[in-house]
Ligand binder design. Structure first.
Ligand SMILES: *Cc1c(COP(=O)(O)O)cnc(C)c1O
Length: 341
């Protein structure tokens, strides 16, 4: 398949097999030199550590075309570093940061035909991941691992504009104090599936998870961090050791401060104060920001003044500035845009 044969504007967020993926194996205490392969399948022993005890971590980032025609990725070094942190917490051998970035470059360059055109809204999603590959039956870390990155083109996250979503306060927890909520582990997603299917059945788009110790503070959703805008135009984002440190959220905080002159506060956010905010958004690589119009707490509706029709005005400014930086329309801070070709 080449660039021309994909209908970019009608792509969804699903897996489409591309030509090449990167593989490196860890054995006898070292990563091999790694390289690209055309084989999209993995053959594993029935007792592989990942299949028995879920020893697996992942990352997610995008490659896309900028206004001036380059193919770039956004802050891949931060994905690399976060994967090192995730690996350490699950007793896995970290894949070196520089090698991660090189592997991203190789996968993107090898699948350049699948990088959607500028302005289509579509992007090429990259999925780095690592898992325990040798047989493990007694509970312990694997001794062999595989690191891979594949690429799959994905459509515009919002077809026809970003409509505010409705989320509910969830009775299930996503992360415990001193647990694994701050790393990008597959296990955090496995245990959120019941809650998200249930939320959808009840008519909600997402779950708002609270801190599991007191159930009074806002944490995040299954896969995105919160930002709130106060009535006097300040950005507030929850601070907690059990939130996944979103690169999008960290970038938005920088944009708010340095580009828009806003005050930024990272602090504990109580469920009881949600009604005081003017705007709310969810941030992550996939959508950048999804506006939240309403939070439902066991029948009690908390409606943000920005409403259910469009993104709040400050959220929109943040969204436009960050996506402008990503797409090369606005000058980026040093090191944010990683040019591949
Ligand atoms: C990946 C992820 C995010 C978003 O992080 P980005 O780096 O912005 O893509 C937020 N929360 C959770 C739980 C995640 O796994």
């Amino acid at each position: 398949m080449s660039n021309k044969q994909i209908d970019w504007s009608n792509l969804g967020f699903g897996y489409i097999q591309t030509d090449k993926r990167y593989v490196s194996n860890y054995k006898d205490g070292a990563w091999d030199e790694g390289g690209l392969t055309e084989d999209a399948n993995i053959v594993l022993n029935e007792c592989a550590g990942v299949l028995q005890y879920a020893q697996t971590i992942f990352e997610g980032l995008k490659a896309y075309r900028t206004e001036d025609g380059h193919i770039v990725t956004f802050r891949p070094d931060l994905n690399a570093q976060r994967m090192v942190d995730s690996a350490k917490r699950l007793q896995m051998p970290p894949f070196p940061v520089e090698r991660f970035v090189e592997a991203v470059e190789q996968v993107v360059a090898a699948n350049a035909d699948f990088v959607p055109p500028y302005g289509s809204g579509a992007t090429m999603y990259l999925r780095p991941y690592m898992f325990g590959s040798n047989p493990v039956i007694g509970v312990k870390p694997a001794s062999e691992y595989q690191f891979r990155i594949f690429a799959t083109p994905v459509g515009p996250y919002f077809k026809g504009g970003a409509k505010p979503i409705t989320i509910r306060v969830c009775d299930y927890d996503r992360a415990a104090p001193h647990g694994t909520g701050h790393i990008k582990a597959g296990l955090n997603y496995a245990m959120s599936l019941y809650a998200i299917v249930d939320a959808h059945e009840q008519g909600y788009d997402e779950n708002m998870y609270l801190d599991s110790a007191t159930r009074t503070k806002v944490e995040e959703t299954g896969g995105a961090n919160f930002i709130f805008i106060t009535k006097d135009g300040k950005l507030v984002t929850p601070k907690s050791d059990t939130i996944l440190p979103s690169i999008t959220r960290r970038s938005l905080c920088h944009v708010a401060k340095e580009y828009l002159g806003m005050e930024v506060e990272e602090r504990e956010v109580y469920l009881s104060e949600l009604g005081d905010f003017a705007e709310c958004g969810l941030c992550g690589t996939a959508a950048v920001i999804s506006p939240v119009g309403k939070v439902v707490d066991h029948g009690k509706e908390i409606c943000f003044p920005s409403g259910m029709d469009e993104m709040g005005p400050i959220t929109k400014k943040l969204y436009d500035t960050l996506t402008g930086i990503q797409m090369g329309r606005i000058e980026a801070p040093e090191g944010w845009i990683h040019v591949i070709k």
